[in-house]
Design a protein around this ligand. Sequence first.
Ligand code: GUN
Length: 304
Amino acid sequence: MADDRNPVRLAALHPKPDTAMSARILDGKTLAERLKADLGARVAARVALGLPRPGLAVVLVGENAASQIYVRNKRKFTEAANMRSFSHDLSADTSEAELLALIDKLNADPLVHGILVQLPLPKQIDPERVTERIDPAKDVDGFHPYNIGRLVLKRPILRPCTPYGCMRLLAETGEDLVGKHAVIIGQSNIVGRPMALELLMARCTVTVCHSATRDLAGIVRQADVLVAAVGKAYFVAADWIKPGAIVIDVGMNRDAEGRLCGDVDRRAAERAAWITPVPGGVGPMTIAMLLANTLTAAELQDSA
Ligand code: GUN
């Protein structure tokens, strides 16, 4: 009998709305708390052995409102994980030479194991020159060409924090990533590009989409793993999501009502197997991985 006359097959082809899937939540907030507690215990064990407390210097230039919030959280969680936090808040008219001189000082300071210069920077400062001035051994953002190169070569040391946090969330699903089609929307140096390298290292087949990509919806519909890093509220429609996909939403936006929201329509949860909430998904994991990198940097500097 042809499929369209078999009532059992027909039901499978046209599931009723009440059979719609509801995604499991990838709770980054709770996982980040657990990781921070583990890091805090490892730091305490180091200190008990007479090793130095890891120190993280966070540099903020100017008064970008979003950056001020991110930096405040980074400093707060550094202290909560038993690490030393060094704050450097510079005025918006700081010259590039002044910032480079501060980086030279932090590079030479044995109490500082990690250096983070919050981006974006005011327009008179070249972010590439700043990134490249940081000692790669203290580059806890993982943005220095040396650390990116290590990731390209599948031998990472200090890994960009947001993609690293996304990989940790993917590990939490328990799903085997090998051979999965991973689609990334966004090609930034901070998220999209290192995310592609991480997923490739995990043996996914990786597609990176950007503003010139043709048939974005068609590509996203093929994604077993979707990483959205666009920066536009609800940019990814729910019906683009492949049923059973894992959805990692890196977006942190405000919607028309002023609520915090991601890049993916919330109704994607009706199709995905796993999804990160916004807020409470990727954001807290970025900070947890920054602290993990700071401990790694301190451990590497112990033996240097
Ligand atoms: N601005 C937005 N995200 C980041 C980040 O992960 N690190 C730094 N330094 N600046 C950022």
